[in-house]
Design a protein around this ligand. Sequence first.
Ligand code: IPD
Length: 273
Amino acid sequence: GVEERRALAELAAGVAREAGELAADGQEGIGVLATKSTPTDVVTAMDRSSEELIRKRLLSARPGDAVLGEEGGEEAGAGGAGRVRWIVDPIDGTVNYLYGREEWAVSIAAEVEGRVVAGAVAVPRRGQVYTAVLGGGSFLDGRPLQAPEAPSLDFALIATGFGYDPRRRAWQAEVLRTVLPRVRDIRRNGSAAVDLCSLARGQADGYYERGLNQWDWAAGALVAQEAGVLVGGLRGAPANPDLTIAAGPGLFEELHGLLEPLAADTDGPAAED
Ligand code: IPD
């Protein structure tokens, strides 16, 4: 029931906040490394220790659960087959993290029988935590969120992301050629989780991205949905690595209509980012 989901969201929020503080401490002084030879190693190390902390906290609170993480893959909890599968991105927005920027997040979602039922997205450098409960609303620091009515496409601020795969980047550039002249403006903020949450409070009107992994969108999509935003793939499919679209009713259909013919021009199966 909703009460049980609320408890999952609270657990996710507490753990995301703690892992976020750890990562935020580690971010200090990292900026200078961005221009040196192997800066990504530093980020990867932080990703790993953040994810380890998250696994430890989730599994000690709920020993029977499973955890799917960006760094560590899937790991069943010690207590055997669990009902909840946690989907974890220890640092979503790693390039922003590397450059000392604020827009990165810790994303934790709880999935039951293939459905995300609760989630939390902590944005540590802003001291913010978004939470969402399936059927129970979405919240920013405990205050309920309701997305404003979406404008038409030509007045819409559209967030997007490009992923890291060069073949996919070429597709992204082609899509931008079509989308950019049709909308108010584009934002490339650098964290899919934060992008989706920003729709829940009207800081952008729509969002699309190709090549996302489930840990990038799982928690943020629930935050957006519970605030009244539609999230899905092409032709009624759920959000998936080929395409994730998010926007309020009306705008969602317009954005879908614009992207559908372009999406046919594939860049092969989604590569690991
Ligand atoms: C990335 C961010 C970025 C998006 C990429 C993701 P990561 O996540 O969400 O905004 O454009 O597709 O991979 O790799 O920093 O966890």
